[in-house]
Ligand binder design. Structure first.
Ligand SMILES: [Zn+2]
Length: 211
């Protein structure tokens, strides 16, 4: 990191950690940032990396204030689920660029945040649920998101175990059509029995819970 000189001729500036407040999208947010400051006149200067980090800190503070997942929560949640950025993009039917942007500070919409939480298996809270409930679309979105993750995980496990679709169907004692339905992320009419069978063939247990 190259330390700049104060443009007012006060010599070398110092690296400082700063606590700041700002208004972002009508919300007052507090964040921490790093910049070079002049000891004499107090002028602050940020390099490109520092400016990027500041932008991220502001969007994360805003996301916290609004109850949205932060960049780090999205990234660590994705890793915990074993998803690459491409996997998550496919699961959400968005471009990989969107995932990259959310993980580096661009703010996801509340509806996308909700689907992200479902996909990353994060606790869902608060007001957006109520909104969707009123609209009557929450259950539909939840079922679709859960099914997508499930199909993805079954397919991953089949790959890990080197099981072809034909072999999997045979082990499950079911038809290829019914397995295809299970593996099709867009199809959410799958019975609990089929899911349990698939899990058992893969040496896993299906856990269903209310929360
Ligand atoms: Zn100065």
């Amino acid at each position: 990191m190259k330390i700049p000189n104060c443009p007012a001729g006060h010599g070398e500036m110092t690296l400082r950690r700063l606590n700041k407040n700002t208004i972002f999208r009508d919300v007052e947010v507090a964040y921490q940032t790093e910049a070079f400051a002049c000891r004499e006149c107090g002028l602050e200067v940020a390099d490109v990396d520092q400016a990027g980090a500041t932008q991220r800190a502001i969007s994360d503070a805003y996301r916290k204030a609004k109850g949205l997942l932060t960049s780090e929560e999205i990234k660590s949640g994705r890793k915990r689920m074993g998803f690459t950025q491409k996997d998550l993009a496919d699961l959400l039917s968005v471009g990989i660029a969107s995932i990259k942007r959310w993980e580096t500070g661009i703010i996801q919409s509340p509806s996308m945040d909700h689907i992200l939480r479902l996909t990353l298996n994060k606790h869902i809270g608060g007001s957006f649920d109520d909104f969707l409930d009123k609209e009557g679309i929450l259950q539909e979105i939840e079922a679709a998101s859960i099914k997508r993750v499930l199909s993805f995980q079954i397919e991953q496990e089949m790959k890990n175990k080197g099981l072809s679709k034909a072999a999997m169907a045979k082990k499950m004692n079911t038809s290829r059509t019914s397995l295809d339905r299970l593996l099709n992320p867009e199809n959410d009419s799958v019975t609990l029995k089929t899911m349990t069978k698939a899990a058992s063939v893969l040496g896993k247990r299906l856990r269903v819970e209310f929360s």
